[in-house]
Design a protein. Structure first.
Length: 344
């Protein structure tokens, strides 16, 4: 058995289709060829030269390796890790052979059926070295360094949290991406997320959200611990906090996605305190029952999940207090961005 990294497009744009249909797709556009009829990688490379004539040989070789893996190396019973664009990981088991649909809409001609075992697992539940491997910039690759497959399977029996298994050190070339092929930005965000999760658990996360709002120019009032009637923070612009918009904030530090009742409670509380708008913050993200309400509440409510909270932290970091920056010590690093890859 093996553990595979499979991305739902460069920006996660196919994630919803993958999850809803119980499939992983090979999201290379224009590749309407049955890969079962291709004998080996050399033959596949010739096909790719026809389909993508402007690609360099190096890029074609990278594509060929990933496409061949999807069609010929993956097997039923293998597990697949699908990183979400919202900062979580979905884990599934491959249940079907490679399938090709000639009249399927581009790029959904190639797929494998998958049974999703668990969705929206917080990235902080994984050991850092596994997250490092899942940070590969490639769309498809095998994750096997340090017994990764065994350790991820053990997480299923441990409420999808890292299990106490001591990994064996890897030796030689294990086929995983080199440092040049790793998403260093995602690795850095994982480290920031782990630090926030450890230092701002429980009610402490309210203080972080309040500090960000203050850095944005809001005057705030934070309720104490205990029964708060659905109010954690009240915020509004101006020196005394009398200006508009008046915002009612509810903060949840839980790792699991938040369900609809929390949103309904916030909307009711907004009316009770005369707030113009509401902000619902949940470290573990939101269930579809919440996300479906966003169009209806677009002018009333905003949601911050883990990714949004980190975005806001980074955007306002220089305006935070010295004490808070000492709790979350960060250093800005500029690096040359990788070239865009036109495979998807």
């Amino acid at each position: 058995m093996a553990l595979w990294l499979c991305r739902a497009g460069r920006h996660g744009e196919h994630e919803g289709k993958f999850l809803e249909e119980g499939r992983i797709y090979l999201t290379w556009t224009g590749l309407n060829r049955d890969l079962r009829s291709i004998a080996d990688r050399e033959a596949l490379l010739k096909v790719l030269e026809e389909v993508y004539p402007k690609f360099t040989q190096g890029r074609l070789g990278q594509h060929a390796s990933q496409i061949w893996t999807f069609a010929h190396r993956m097997n039923k019973g293998d597990w697949v890790a699908l990183p979400s664009k919202r900062g979580t990981i979905h884990i599934g088991e491959i249940t079907g052979d490679y399938a090709f649909v000639s009249d399927g809409p581009d790029p959904y001609c190639h797929y494998r059926d998958v049974s999703w075992l668990q969705t929206n697992i917080p990235r902080t539940n994984f050991d850092q070295d596994i997250l490092h491997s899942l940070g590969a910039l490639t769309t498809i690759c095998e994750i096997k360094r340090h017994d990764a497959e065994q350790r991820v399977r053990a997480m299923q029996k441990n409420s999808w949290k890292a299990a106490p298994i001591v990994p064996r050190p890897s030796t030689g070339d294990n086929g995983e991406p080199s440092i040049d092929e790793i998403d260093l930005e995602q690795i850095a965000r994982d480290q920031i997320a782990r630090l926030i999760s450890s230092r701002f658990a429980g009610h402490a996360m309210e203080s972080l959200v309040e500090a960000i709002l203050k850095a944005q120019g809001f005057t705030t009032h934070r309720t104490g611990k205990g029964a708060d009637g659905g109010i954690d923070i009240l915020a509004s612009p101006g020196i005394l906090g009398f200006d508009h918009p008046r915002i009612c904030v509810q903060v949840k530090s839980q790792d699991s996605p938040l369900d609809r009742p929390a949103l309904d409670q916030l909307v009711g509380t907004m009316q009770h305190v005369g707030a113009d708008q509401g902000l619902l913050v949940c470290w573990g993200g939101f269930k579809s029952t919440v996300l479906r309400e966003l169009p209806r509440l677009f002018f009333k409510v905003r949601l911050w999940d883990q990714e949004d909270l980190i975005d806001q932290l980074l955007a306002n970091y220089d305006k935070l207090s010295e004490e808070l920056r000492a709790e979350i010590p960060l250093k800005r690093l500029w690096a040359v961005a990788g070239q865009d890859d036109d495979k998807e």
